[in-house]
Write a protein of this length. Structure first.
Length: 199
């Protein structure tokens, strides 16, 4: 398995979204301790192990692949409409990553182009599958994004796809989920892998 060390954002033209997390502070007031019943020994509470969301890494990988497939379908649909109503991507993206995607669709809409065809991906491998302390999961993958079947069309109907476009790009993608719905994976990042090209 490759050790990720170098990457650059896929949406480099968009400022990275910053998720500000508010942390509740405990008050300085101390409650008066309740009297202890010395006649009954108190058993120490054993920590409860957090059950895994997915039964295996294979199951986690399959769920992440399905989530990325759904994301690509939504993204292709939005660009096929010229980038309008980019908020349709919201069901597939994390709150942290959503602003990046929305900005990208706004940028695409300003070109006046539409897309035709579907994005695909292959060469998928799991980097990490972990249960988060807050609940939910965090999953990272390597995959090759393939846009060779996607064409750019201008307002006259002419194909304006750049002749020298890179069609296959190695990516490191991440997904996250909430404690309330841990099996619903949301795209949290897409980084172009700048190490050895595995596509």
């Amino acid at each position: 398995m490759r050790n990720p060390s170098r990457r650059r954002p896929l949406h480099a033209v968009v400022p990275s979204a910053v998720l500000l997390v508010s942390i509740g502070l405990l008050s300085g007031c101390m409650a008066t301790p309740a009297p202890t019943d010395s006649s009954t020994p108190s058993a120490a509470a054993e920590p409860t192990a957090t059950p895994p969301v997915f039964a295996s890494d294979e199951e986690a990988l399959a769920a992440a692949e399905a989530a990325y497939t759904a994301y690509e379908a939504l993204s292709d649909s939005i660009t096929a409409d010229g980038g309008i109503r980019g908020d349709r991507i919201e069901p597939a993206a994390s709150p942290k990553y959503l602003p990046n995607l929305l900005d990208s669709f706004v940028g695409f809409s300003k070109t006046g182009f539409i897309s035709r065809g579907s994005s695909t991906f292959d060469n998928v491998s799991l980097i990490r599958n972990s249960v988060e302390p807050r609940g939910g999961v965090s999953i990272e993958l390597y995959l090759c994004s393939d846009i060779s079947e996607v064409r750019l069309i201008d307002k006259t109907g002419a194909d304006v796809t750049p002749a020298g476009r890179t069609n296959r790009t190695p990516l490191q993608v991440g997904f996250t989920s909430s404690a309330a719905n841990p099996s619903l994976l949301l795209l949290d990042k897409e980084d172009v892998w700048s190490g050895r090209n595995f596509c």
